[in-house]
Ligand binder design. Sequence first.
Ligand code: ADP
Ligand code: MG
Length: 252
Amino acid sequence: MMVELNEVSLTYQSPDGEVEALRRVSFGVKEGEFVSLVGPSGCGKSTLFSIIAGLEPPSAGQVFVDGELVTAPSAKVGYMPQKDQLFPWRTIWGNVTLGLELRGRKNPQERERVRELLERYGLAEFAQKTPSQLSGGMRQRCALIRTLATAPKLLLLDEPFSALDYQTRLAVSADIYSIIRQEGKTALLVTHDIAEAISLSDRIVVLSKRPAAVKGEHAPKELSGLSPLERRDAPAFQRYFNAIWKELDVNV
Ligand code: ADP
Ligand code: MG
């Protein structure tokens, strides 16, 4: 197992009292698997990522990443936040090597690996440009390459496409998906978009409204082997969509 959550609970202590964010959340992610978490906004999805990333200790329960109990941030986990958060004053090269710099790991081999990633994913010619000179999709690629630069085993993607318009999101999510698959990474994606979750994932974990608890899991096996865009046209797609929709507490 790449990730194991064992009855993870978290209650925030805030000046206005306690906020129960997570209640006994348990699920696992196998090596190489792509799993999405869907749940209503504010239910505790980002909180769960902070715990898996070792940024926040759970109030109860345990998280294991690659067999090790999580107690602090580790190089095994790469976190790609919601906004691409590229530094506008740094070049693309300066941005993608930032993680290495922060870890004091900018040796020739690692620089070479980043150069190869930029080359492989069509960003080499933009290395000396700044983020504002790139399209939204290219910036997402750049953010992903920055996350891949430190060679994590597990990728945590927190609503990475939500700032993009619908058409761009379809193209960019398929692009990011193919890079993650090509690199053979295990990925956990947070999204509030059911269709996006089904189009990208081996398995979808549905969370309840706050405090987040696991409501159900869906493995769309009929769709495996299809690309994200092909999946949206497959007959089984709507069936999974309806099943997950029913499970989600969607309020208007
Ligand atoms: P989601 O990512 O699913 O939208 P979050 O995990 O960000 O939800 O937040 C879950 C709940 O916990 C929300 O009600 C939020 O206001 C609350 N929360 C998040 N971070 C803190 C914090 N540091 N202190 C107190 N409450 C918090
Ligand atoms: Mg969030």
